[in-house]
Design a protein around this ligand. Sequence first.
Ligand SMILES: [Zn+2]
Ligand SMILES: [Zn+2]
Length: 299
Amino acid sequence: MASSMAAIVRRRGAVALEDVPVPERRVGDRIVDVRRAGICRTDLFVADGMIPVADGLVLGHELSGTVDGRRATVVPILPCGRCAACASLPERCARPTFLGIGAPGAFASRVRVPEPCVREVPGSMSDEEAAFVEPFAAALAVLSAPIRRGARVAVLGRNRIATLVHRIVAHATGREPARLDESGPIEEHSHDVVVETVPTGAALDVAVRALAPGGVLVLKSRPVERAPLDVARVVQKEITLVGVRYAPFGDAIRWIAERRVEIDDLFGPVLPLARWSEALDLARRPAAPKVFFAPEGSV
Ligand SMILES: [Zn+2]
Ligand SMILES: [Zn+2]
């Protein structure tokens, strides 16, 4: 078996395609042969140095592949193994390490992950759909926010996650949420729940203004920088802030497998690792579809 494989790494302040050692299996871990790896905003933050990582780190955290011949997706939240939550569900860990940030990631033919992070997927799911479980679980988390029956819900943003959140909320509530833009216009007091997907102060301002007194602001995005919030208005309107991270990955797999909402139209091109630069550029475009790598498996 070859001892090295191609991988996309961040090295000396830049991104590069390099040969790195093939990960070896250790006790409690599994080796995933990567079929598809999706590029997301977090990976671009790492690529651009906005999220600092160790020199030589392999990027990537959204993937599908095979583990000992079985098709699987991966929970990229690597559990600390010590807190009460992560014993049952890694996605609930209070002090996790993230794949592709704190541990070598998925933009490579092979990646090593803790066994509880491997989730089998049904044969009916495509490789792209299986690699989309992580962003889907992140979007599905909005349903853990208190959205009462008949609430006027709005989704703020025009990006891929906003579209996905919109479809999920529509399916779950039976009503189409409104869509709000970061730049307005805003009808004050027009909504009971606003889900933000754009991590800027301007976006939060739109959300707070659009909310009716007693409304709920669901915080979905994970900006790398702090975002200002109009606290006085939040207090005056008695707005509840709810941060949501991930739904259980098993729920996301079920939603995708049962095709409760359409996702395939959110998918863009599948490119080999060798075309990494073009792939990152494609993923950077506003409202870009999901771009995937297909690591050749030439380990
Ligand atoms: Zn992601
Ligand atoms: Zn933990």
